[in-house]
Structures are given as structure tokens and as C-alpha cells.
Design a protein around this ligand. Structure first.
Ligand code: CO
Length: 218
């Protein structure tokens, strides 16, 4: 990027930031003072990095209302210290009672995992989605229309990540101690902006077993 273009970009973004802060103050003069003191989000959102799937915008929430972790294709890996630390902080310090795993249709990460092209480093990350595909291979391959199969894999990926969240030591401990914590599996359509509940909510080990029965391998 040339120096001039860089400057234009920076000025545009800083100007937009200033305008936004002004607008927020106009509608609520105490807003930033309150925010500065503490955050008290009620939800943790685990979503895709896709620029069209911002949690705050989808729910029409202000800063401070939702704690967010995003990565490509909203994957929860058992050894991902970044994601696990976010979950622990959200549950144990912020005391959120809801973790929402939210995928989206048309997810580029899920699509790339279905194809046989090389993308470099990211292919290692996408292996996790290929594992989801392999787990649900029979059900997926019964779907003949490629786009419908792609949509189903986007959904299955959410379900598997809900299960992965439920199996973290953090969630298991919270449930063992009978503290309230629900994990939800939702999916978002970029085409119309509407969320869909995938009926994969678990608030205890029994409900998790039911999620397995409903959505597991068949
Ligand atoms: Co995506």
C-alpha cells in the first residue's frame, strides 16, 4: 500500500470512529463512563471471523453486552488455548450463563474444507471441519444437491462445536458444581440476516446426550 493510500485509509477509519463515538454520546451521554467501569456481558459468542457475521450487529447489541471469540469457521478445538482461555474467562470471571456457538451458511472455511484445493497453512485448521465431514459422511452424502450438502455441513459443524464446548473441562466443572450454564447451537443466514436455532441446546450432561441422539451419526 502506498503511503498516500495508507493515509487515506487511516483518516477514513479514524473519522468513522469519531463519528460513531459522537453518535453514541448523543444517544446516551453516560455510555462510555459506564462502559469504562466494567463490562458485564451475559453471553459468550463463538462465531466465524467472516466480516459479515458480527455478533453485536446480528443481535443489535452495544459494546459491553456480548463477549466474543471468533475464528475461521467457528471451530472449538480441544487444545486451542486461545479459545479455551476465552471460555474460562467468560464462565468463571464474567459469569456468563449462555455460550452461543453460531455458524453461518455460505461459510468460506466450511466450503474450502469440502474442496480438494490447497490453501496453505489454513488447510491444517480446516482439517477439523473435514473431521466433521467424516463423522457425518453418510448423512451428508445422502444429500445430492451440492449446495444443500454444503448447508448441512455448516449446520453439522455448529453441532460438533457445541459438543466440543460441552466437553471442555470448564463446562464439565461448571455442570458438576450445578452452576447454571447453557450451550446453544445457532446458525445465521447472510442472505436475510436471520438466525436459526439448530435445536442443539445443552444445559447439563443429560441434555448433551439428547443432542447426540438428535444430531449424532446416523
Ligand atoms: Co465463515
Amino acid at each position: 500500500m502506498s503511503g498516500k493510500k495508507d493515509k487515506v485509509m487511516r483518516e477514513m477509519l479514524f473519522k468513522r470512529n469519531e463519528e460513531w463515538a459522537e453518535r453514541m454520546l448523543e444517544s446516551d451521554p453516560e455510555f462510555f463512563k459506564r462502559l469504562h467501569k466494567q463490562q458485564s456481558p451475559e453471553y459468550l459468542w463463538i462465531g466465524c471471523s467472516d466480516s459479515r457475521a458480527s455478533a453485536n450487529q446480528i443481535f443489535n447489541l452495544d459494546p459491553g453486552e456480548i463477549f466474543v471469540h471468533r475464528n475461521i469457521a467457528n471451530v472449538v478445538v480441544h487444545t486451542d488455548l486461545n479459545c479455551l482461555s476465552v471460555i474460562q474467562f467468560a464462565v468463571e470471571i464474567l459469569k456468563v450463563k449462555h455460550i452461543i456457538v453460531c455458524g453461518h451458511y455460505g461459510c468460506g472455511g466450511v466450503k474450502a474444507a469440502m474442496e480438494n484445493h490447497e490453501h496453505g497453512l489454513i488447510d491444517n485448521w480446516l482439517r477439523h471441519i473435514q473431521d466433521v465431514y467424516r463423522t457425518h459422511k453418510h448423512e451428508l452424502e445422502r444429500v445430492e444437491v451440492p449446495n444443500d450438502r454444503f448447508r448441512l455441513l455448516c449446520e453439522k459443524n455448529v453441532i460438533e462445536q457445541v459438543m466440543n464446548v460441552c466437553h471442555t473441562t470448564i463446562v464439565q466443572k461448571t455442570w458438576r458444581e450445578n452452576r447454571e450454564l447453557s450451550i446453544h447451537g445457532w446458525i445465521y443466514s447472510i442472505k436475510n440476516g436471520i438466525l436459526k436455532d439448530l435445536n442443539a441446546c445443552a444445559s447439563n450432561p443429560e441434555q448433551l446426550a439428547e443432542v447426540y441422539d438428535r444430531h449424532g451419526v446416523n
